[in-house]
Design a protein around this ligand. Structure first.
Ligand SMILES: O=C(O)CCC(=O)C(=O)O
Length: 327
């Protein structure tokens, strides 16, 4: 998720200043405001810098994939909540398309996480000063006087046993190890709301919604997403561009930007390449987030989503729950 995109959900500044800059400032100012985040990344993990600069190029990525160690696949017999999940089919689809949309959470798990998210206050627009329950979203917007597009539960997510059950699920880590290599490790666990609101284009840009981008938090990554409410076209479905995980136009490799206009994406990958993920509560998919993807803006009702992410490098402490460092 990292990169010089004008906006991204996990990179939105908590401070009002960034919002002002995003509205009034040009692209350079919006990039400059991210420098504290990048400095924090380098301080926490100096190996982040070469990754950030090089992992966007196909040549460096391919070289890095050569370091993937085969997984020993030793999960037989472990209890799983994903009865009947075909790990081979998932890994094959990931290699071919970059995405596998065949996951389903048991109802009891879905309901428990949804109930937890309803009852537990979240933080609006990644700002810990904006705390509210999802059902009080409008009142929270009135209080803070600006649109609230997202509500993250940050570390509170780990207070929910059902979240932990998904996070620790052996079949998910098996898919991650088979796809990324035996070095695969957990790097994110988050649950968050995306709210329908009167967002301007600047707000959407700030939240990275409706814009194709790729993630650059690690050399090799995999993200499992689960919807915790029914998601149709109006609920801000996720969109993934099939095949974009292993093919990239040169122009998109030689820029620090990770977000690109839809016409450039569709011209290169084909107009039939985007797949829009709609599904009932409990529906899940796994994707290689180096492929182009985006969240769309919820129009009719809030979307509640869970993410469990894997990478191959040390996890960033603050990004584990999607929290940015921008000030
Ligand atoms: O909200 C979504 O569907 C997209 C999330 C996203 O873009 C990301 O995690 O990189």
């Amino acid at each position: 998720m990292n990169g010089l995109q004008a906006a991204h959900p996990s990179k939105v500044a908590p401070a009002k200043d960034l919002e002002t800059i995003a509205r009034k400032g040009g692209r350079l100012r919006r990039m400059a405001v991210r420098i504290p985040t990048y400095l924090a990344d380098v301080r926490e993990n100096p190996a982040w810098l070469p990754m950030f600069l090089l992992a966007r190029t196909m040549a460096a990525r391919r070289a890095h994939w050569l370091t993937a160690r085969p997984s020993n696949g030793a999960i037989e017999g472990l209890p799983t909540i994903f009865e009947g999940l075909d790990v081979d089919a998932a890994v094959e689809a990931l290699r071919r398309d970059g995405v596998f949309p065949g996951l389903v959470l048991p109802n009891a798990i879905t309901n428990e996480i949804a109930r937890f998210a309803d009852e537990t206050p979240c933080f609006g627009n990644f700002d810990r000063r904006i705390e509210f329950r999802a059902s009080e979203h409008r009142a929270a917007e009135d209080r803070c006087g600006r649109p609230i597009l997202s509500g993250h539960h940050f570390e509170r997510a780990l207070d929910c046993p059902a979240v932990l059950a998904v996070q620790r699920e052996p079949l998910l880590s098996e898919i991650a190890r088979r796809y990324l290599g035996a070095q695969a490790r957990l790097i994110t666990t988050r649950i968050w709301w995306s709210f329908p609101t009167r967002a301007s284009e600047a707000d959407r840009r700030l939240a990275s919604l409706d814009k194709y981008h790729f993630d650059l938090d690690d050399w090799r990554m995999l993200k499992f997403f689960f919807y915790l409410v029914d998601v149709d076209e109006g609920t801000g479905p996720h969109v993934y561009v099939r095949g974009s995980h292993n093919k990239r136009r040169v122009k998109h490799q030689l820029t620090l930007l990770v977000g690109h206009p839809a016409n450039e994406i569709l011209d290169f990958y084909g107009k039939d390449s985007p797949v829009t993920m709609t599904g009932d509560a409990g529906f899940g998919f796994v994707e290689d987030p180096f492929g182009f993807h985006m969240g769309t803006v919820a129009r009719t009702k809030p979307r509640l989503m869970m993410e469990v992410g894997f990478g191959v490098s040390k996890a960033s402490r603050r990004r584990f729950h999607g929290e940015p460092v921008l000030r």
